[in-house]
Design a protein around this ligand. Structure first.
Ligand code: HEM
Ligand SMILES: [Cu+2]
Length: 552
């Protein structure tokens, strides 16, 4: 055991408080987002009737809180913590960048939330033009994105510093993953930064009268799809690195996860048109290329599934499981640190299948813009990722603030996770079904002038609302649990679990996997191939611009 692995030598107080600061905001966002989610669910189930403008205001708040604030803050906090833990502490430069980024993001969040709640920005979390929010909403977004860049630079700084001091050695796996995730984020956010700075801000201030809607959507989805991998990769990091240690076994491989992360880095960006399959102005051949590349991302996902289940099987066999699936029953389901992420992995199986459906040209025509899509991302980010982050928080927060998760709190955690799984299943199955029947997403309750077709939806809509209620209860228990871990749990030592290699053979990682220049160059080339021509055409042949619309 190296010194890095001793529990006591784990966190510098300064590193711990930086990570903790990020994580706390994430759970505040879940709390607010869950209240909004409950109201939407009740409205869609026709149990309450919100004024329609309020519905969209709340929907915007929900999407931003859950999809942007919760995820981004948790991810940066978690990646900082894991990097600090595996490189033996952050550098001073990392910490300063982390804090400056944090405050920019906090100010951006406060400003953006204020604008949404003041009714100046009911543009939903995709802020599609030509819906026009107040300029301050877009400025708030800019602060959040630029702040997150600084967080990323902070992670790079500590990683690079470690490499400099350990020439020729294999880099720590978690720090490698954190760096890959933040590199992906830097590439992806270029699209949204261009959209916000060059299109949305000048237009919402009235400096230019119109906006090119097609171009703005293309830039948005350049960012919007990699965004989902930015959510997912930290969950994968937990599954690959933390979970084996929690269940008491070693890393399945030190090289395989690096290959998967590099494949995600390459394949997550040049695919944005799969969100624009039904949009005019993009030639079908380019859409087809993006669809093909999208299917490529299935490969690292299946590699991940293989590695995880192999890990479980190895661990089960180490404990004497004999029959083909005997190892399955020997996993520590009563440990919330395992149970949360494990339920997330299970939810990810139907989620991945749904993703392949969405990305398929013809099938997308059936589900596009229906409630199916909402059901899909609630089981991906809302379940697979969120459940992993919940399970992680139950050890991460005590590890950061020097407390322990008591057996009683573990039980509360299990209950919370269980309710989340039940609620998500109810809500998501209803959403998928309603979507197939034709119910649009992003609409407040309507029975479409008593159409007989819509009458048949009533039962499913009610099930959706029940799912929402169960989720809300889970979110409130979660909030109580987090407050407990922050302020009331007994003081003590909690481990930040990092799995060790099965055999200490640094050669087992091919050096090419550490050649960041190579991978980043390929990523850039793929982006250029996928986007140069169609974007050039969009700018050359641009449609008449649109003025802004405020529909609320
Ligand atoms: C308390 C738990 C939750 C409930 C009750 C809930 C409920 C809902 C409902 C009913 C919609 C409706 C949509 C519509 O009119 O199209 C929605 C949208 C959405 N939810 Fe959730 N949700 C929850 C948790 C989450 C989580 C954990 C995430 C992500 C981490 C998330 C992300 C989103 C996003 C991004 C939208 C889309 C907003 C849009 O279309 O602009 N939700 N949610
Ligand atoms: Cu996508």
């Amino acid at each position: 055991m190296t010194q890095d692995n001793s529990i006591l030598a784990r966190f510098d107080k300064k590193d711990a408080s930086l990570s903790l600061a990020y994580v706390v905001i994430a759970f505040l966002a879940i709390f607010i987002g869950a209240i909004a989610g409950l109201l939407q669910g009740l409205d869609r189930g026709h149990l309450i009737t919100l004024p329609s403008t309020l519905y969209y205001e709340i929907l915007t708040a929900h999407g931003v809180m859950m999809g942007v604030i919760f995820t981004t803050f948790f991810i940066i906090g978690f990646l900082f913590a894991g990097t600090a833990r595996t490189v033996g502490g952050l550098t001073n430069l990392s910490r300063s960048l982390g804090w400056i980024g944090y405050w920019m993001m906090v100010i951006g969040t406060a400003l953006g939330t204020a604008e949404i709640l003041a009714g100046n920005a009911s543009v939903l979390y995709t802020f599609y033009a030509p819906l026009k929010a107040s300029p301050f909403f877009y400025i708030a977004l800019t602060l959040i994105v630029v702040g997150s860049w600084l967080g990323g630079y902070g992670i790079f700084a500590s990683f690079v510093n470690w490499r400099r001091n350990h020439k020729g050695q294999t880099t720590p796996l978690f720090a490698y993953m954190a760096t890959a995730t933040m590199a992906l984020w830097q590439i992806a956010t270029l699209g949204v930064a261009a959209e916000v700075l060059f299109q949305l801000i000048p237009w919402s201030f009235g400096w230019v009268p119109t906006i090119d809607v097609l171009l703005s959507r293309t830039l948005f989805w350049f960012f919007g799809h990699p965004l989902v991998y930015f959510w997912l990769l930290p969950a994968y990091a937990c599954w690959y690195v933390n979970i084996p240690k929690i269940i008491g076994t070693k890393l399945f491989s030190n090289a395989l996860p690096r290959v998967t992360f590099m494949l995600f880095l390459l394949l997550s960006t040049p695919v944005g048109f799969h969100h624009q399959l039904l949009e005019p102005g993009i030639p079908p051949s380019w859409k087809a290329l993006h669809v093909a590349l999208t299917m490529g991302v299935v490969i690292p996902s299946l590699m991940t599934a293989f590695a995880l289940f192999a890990t479980f099987e190895i661990r089960g066999r180490e404990r004497g499981a004999k029959s083909l699936f005997g190892w399955f029953s020997s996993l520590p389901y009563s440990d919330v640190r395992f149970f949360g992420p494990f339920m997330g992995m299970l939810m990810f199986i139907p989620a991945g299948i749904g993703g392949i459906i969405n990305a398929s040209f013809q099938l997308d025509e059936v589900v596009h813009n229906t409630l199916w899509v909402t059901g899909h991302f609630h089981i991906t980010v809302g379940a697979a990722v969120a459940l992993t982050f919940f399970g992680t928080a139950y050890w991460l927060i005590p590890a950061l603030n020097g407390r322990v998760l008591t057996p009683r709190m573990n039980k509360m955690g299990l209950l919370q996770v269980f309710l989340w799984v039940v609620g998500m299943t109810f809500m998501s199955v209803s959403m998928h079904t309603l979507g197939l029947l034709g119910e649009p997403r992003r609409t407040a309750f309507t029975n479409y002038l008593n159409s007989p077709v819509v009458q048949e939806w009533a039962g499913m809509r009610l099930t959706l609302a029940i799912g929402g209620i169960i989720l809300f209860i889970s979110a409130m228990i979660l909030t109580a649990n987090i407050v407990n871990l922050l302020f009331f749990a007994p003081k003590g030592e909690t481990e930040f679990p990092v799995a060790e290699e099965a055999a200490a053979t640094p050669e087992s990682v091919p050096p090419i996997l550490e050649r960041w220049g190579v991978w980043l160059s390929i990523a850039v080339v793929l982006v250029l191939i996928a986007y140069t021509m169609p974007v050039y055409d969009q700018i050359q042949l641009h449609p008449p611009g649109s003025k802004g619309f405020v529909t609320w």
